[in-house]
Write a protein that binds this ligand. Structure first.
Ligand SMILES: Cc1cc2nc3c(=O)[nH]c(=O)nc-3n(C[C@H](O)[C@H](O)[C@H](O)COP(=O)(O)OP(=O)(O)OC[C@H]3O[C@@H](n4cnc5c(N)ncnc54)[C@H](O)[C@@H]3O)c2cc1C
Length: 462
């Protein structure tokens, strides 16, 4: 395929979420002018969903950003549309609107579909389900709901939000004097948050125990009706209300091979076997953990493979997942890190990566060009000065301009570090941001309201 001397390869990215944005930035960095990048996605805003678990408790806020501005800042073009199928032989993606979009290389990053798994429960999928959760909290405050169950159905690939919902509900009610409520968390896991390893399981078990949240392991919640939550293997508990996570399903598109659950298989370099020039990253892949940090790591791997194909001098490494999770607890968050390959598991109340956002990607720079004069991406342990100054800022108290009653102020106390509000760009931000992007972002007022991960994404353009 093409080299630097030839015309640029056209990369089409289907999706406008975490994996799509991360891949776009990585492509610009790695392949530079060897590629043109076009994203196709239906929405006009990028929603940073992880903090949906915090918003109903007023300890965090879901942020939304104009997608076109983010894509443009990443040096790509956004087209609004929904891909409904691909024709790999003609290298065409068809859209719902009837367009045929040609590509040299295609990155599939269209995520997964959350579906109800425990009928009768409040299924918490994200921002759209916040009003229902807020209503439930009100009922619990009034004493109309006294027995609360939190249910993780079998096959859920990212259990962390359920633990957050249970812990934050406990704090919310206790802080407001609503005592005497019963809490149960049911999970098919062998140990709480087992995918993060033994250290994380011990920490999660302790957090639940000290709050009196009853933990039922090796139980798969199935349905809730008439005050009874049924689970497999055979059993049931009484509850007034149940909050459950959804199960994710793949989105089946004609022309895209998928496994029985609708997910797309990839090789260790993000390539879709059997489809030349097609790559995939994020929740839509068959990798069992569906998480933003993993999506970003996969996107980096795929971007490196695409850049190599475009003739960029890139050293490519296979996907070696590292799991990072920030568990909101109601007091200090816990930073969880594990490497499935080695079994290493770490837990800390201090950030284990930088920026300490909920969606974290600090992929090894090995796959990045060696002869770059750009600042290096930080590893899991950031430079002490950076850590000190930024975490210091996060601990100082409410941000300038945060008023009493402002929902951002308590966010700080609860350690939701995605919430750090910078009234102005700091010198450190200026270091991260290229002049042009900083100016554009200022104009669009993106940076002032940007979670650290997005700042970091912008910074990668430097
Ligand atoms: C409540 C909640 C809490 C979470 N907490 C965390 C957390 O703490 N840490 C963490 O790392 N992750 C967390 N996640 C998971 C994280 O948000 C996802 O894993 C991540 O967003 C997946 O990225 P993605 O790009 O694969 O998919 P998405 O971000 O879902 O993006 C998919 C994109 O594809 C678009 N699309 C869909 N179909 C089509 C189509 N046919 N054509 C074109 N575009 C299409 C969508 O509109 C969207 O733009 C959480 C998720 C939720 C809901």
């Amino acid at each position: 395929m093409g080299t630097a001397a030839r015309s640029p390869l056209h990369v089409l990215v289907a999706g406008g979420g975490v994996a799509a944005l991360e891949a776009t930035l990585a492509l610009r960095k790695l392949a530079e002018e060897r590629v043109t990048v076009e994203l196709v996605a239906p929405e006009r805003e990028f929603t940073y969903r992880p903090l949906a678990v915090a918003e109903p408790f007023r300890v965090g806020e879901v942020r939304r950003f104009p997608l076109a501005a983010l894509v443009e800042a990443a040096g790509a073009r956004l087209r609004h549309g929904v891909v409904v199928g691909i024709d790999p032989a003609r290298r065409i993606a068809r859209t719902e609107e009837g367009d045929e979009l040609s590509y040299d290389l295609l990155l599939l990053a269209f995520g997964a579909r959350p579906v109800e798994a425990v009928p009768g429960a409040l299924t918490f999928r994200g921002p759209d389900d916040e009003p229902a959760l807020e209503a439930l909290l009100e009922q619990a405050l009034r004493g109309e709901v006294r027995r609360l169950a939190f249910a993780l159905p079998g096959g859920v690939a990212w259990p962390l939000p359920l633990y957050e919902l249970a812990l934050l509900t406990w704090s919310y009610l206790t802080d407001r004097g609503a005592m005497g409520r019963e809490f149960t968390l049911l999970t098919p896991e062998e140990a709480p948050l087992a995918l993060f390893g033994a250290a994380a399981s011990d920490a999660a078990a302790e957090l639940l125990k000290t709050r009196g949240i009853d933990l039922r392991l090796r139980t798969s919640p199935v349905s809730f009706a008439a005050g009874e939550l049924h689970f497999a293997p055979k059993g049931r508990i009484n509850a007034d209300r149940v909050v459950a996570l959804p199960r994710l399903e793949g989105i089946r598109l004609p022309g895209v091979p998928h496994d029985p659950h609708g997910f797309v298989r990839t090789d260790p370099y993000g390539r879709v076997p059997g489809l030349d020039g097609v790559y995939a990253a994020g929740d839509l892949t068959s990798f069992p953990v569906k998480q933003g940090g993993i999506a970003a790591q996969q996107a980096d791997v795929a971007a490196a493979a695409i850049s190599l194909r475009a003739g960029a001098p890139v050293r490519q490494t296979p996907f070696e997942p590292v799991l990072r999770g920030q568990l909101l607890t109601g007091i200090f968050p816990r930073y969880l890190r594990s490497e499935p390959a080695t079994g290493a598991s770490t837990v800390s109340t201090e950030p284990l990566w930088w920026p300490p956002a909920k969606i974290a990607d600090t992929t090894s720079p090995r796959s990045w060009p060696r002869s770059s004069d750009s600042p290096r991406r930080p590893r899991d342990q950031p430079p002490a000065s950076q850590l000190t100054s930024r975490s210091g800022a996060a601990r100082r108290g409410p941000a300038t301009g945060a008023r009493a009653g402002d929902r951002r102020a308590p966010a700080r106390a609860c350690g939701a570090t995605d919430q750090v509000v910078r009234p102005e760009l700091t010198p450190a931000d200026r270091v991260f941001l290229p002049r042009g992007v900083a100016a554009a972002a200022d104009e669009l007022a993106i940076v002032r309201r940007t979670p650290t991960m997005l700042l970091w994404w912008h910074g990668r353009l430097v």
